[in-house]
Ligand binder design. Sequence first.
Ligand SMILES: Cc1ncc(COP(=O)(O)O)c(C=O)c1O
Length: 396
Amino acid sequence: MTNFPVSANVAKMKMSSTLKAGQTAANLRDQGFDVIDLTLGEPDFPTPEFIKEYACEGLQKNLTKYTPTAGLKSFQESIVEFYAEEFGANFSPKEIIATDGGKQALFNAACTLLNPGDEVLIPKPYWVTFPEIANFINAKSIFIETEETNFILTAEQVKNSITDKTKLLIVNSPNNPTGRVIPADEMRRIIEVCAERNVYVLTDECYLFFAYPPTEVFTSASLPEDLRQFVCVAGSFSKTYAMTGWRIGYTIANEDWTREMTKLQSHSTSHPTSFVQYACGRAMENHAGSKAAVGAMLAEYERRKDWLIPALQAIENFKCAMPEGAFYAFVDVRNLLGDRFKTSADFADFLLNKSHVVVTDGEGFGADGFLRFSYATSMENLQNAVERIRKVLEQL
Ligand SMILES: Cc1ncc(COP(=O)(O)O)c(C=O)c1O
């Protein structure tokens, strides 16, 4: 033990609870237990072959040196072209930065806008990182409860939460952990309400391509210019192309915001890996290949969801709505809480110890009483996990 004098800003940060849960699963497995890990927030598919080939092509072309901080021009142009074609969006390459994953996109956006004391609106449940970013900047997280609107944020809720100190709303749809999707009209109204009060909106769209029909995907990048000037889209290839380890994402924001984020990034990571940018740019140019790859993953997630959700609903005292997007089942276990289990964390521990099924407790998402089950794992794992959970609950 050393007495390391950690900075105040980092001392108050909590370790990512989702990563911690995954670590618990890995530790148990190392001890020889047959663990089923339902904590993972990453696709269980390999990165599609054609993207790996583009990365090799980038290496062959000797794209192994620094790129501009905001990314290769070809990368920026491919995002512009892809969003125009897919979503009818209209913005310029100067509004794009290539980032090291969605996480850096979020950090860049928040750090360039917020000052200590600014209020940041964060709908609950939230992705664990959002309040930690605000915390780090000494901004104040103001949480918006959304349970009564079925975990779908509304413009009305946002309007009622804005004060003179509000600077930013962080929104994530399709949502981790709830799987809910904010309909396009409502999202537009949310941004209108914010724009009227000069509040900016950071929209985390890292699950953009994972919405189950008839739910439609919507990107705020397709909004008209007058609204878009208040928006920063944080995008990521991690889930879209199953490339979490490659560390690549992007922002789409107005030129001023983009300039400031570029300045910040020039002093942190500089840019994501050169040939990875090349690979993603080429992948987006290949619409047919991208669509086929994403479509195949979406179909498999849907097949698992269609089995898993009814199976969870059939467990006594489990309540779970059908997800509209992403790859998580968000289970309300509050009926099980009482003397035996005080919190959902206690219940998650029980599942871990008795059935060796690891799930993520809702507390880290601001939703004590809920558990998140990731179905980014094989159908066999899901079936075994449900069977084990049923058995241990029978013995209660
Ligand atoms: C809601 C949400 N946003 C952002 C990210 C970050 O993704 P990455 O940094 O891998 O692109 C994740 C990853 O789990 C996420 O779930």
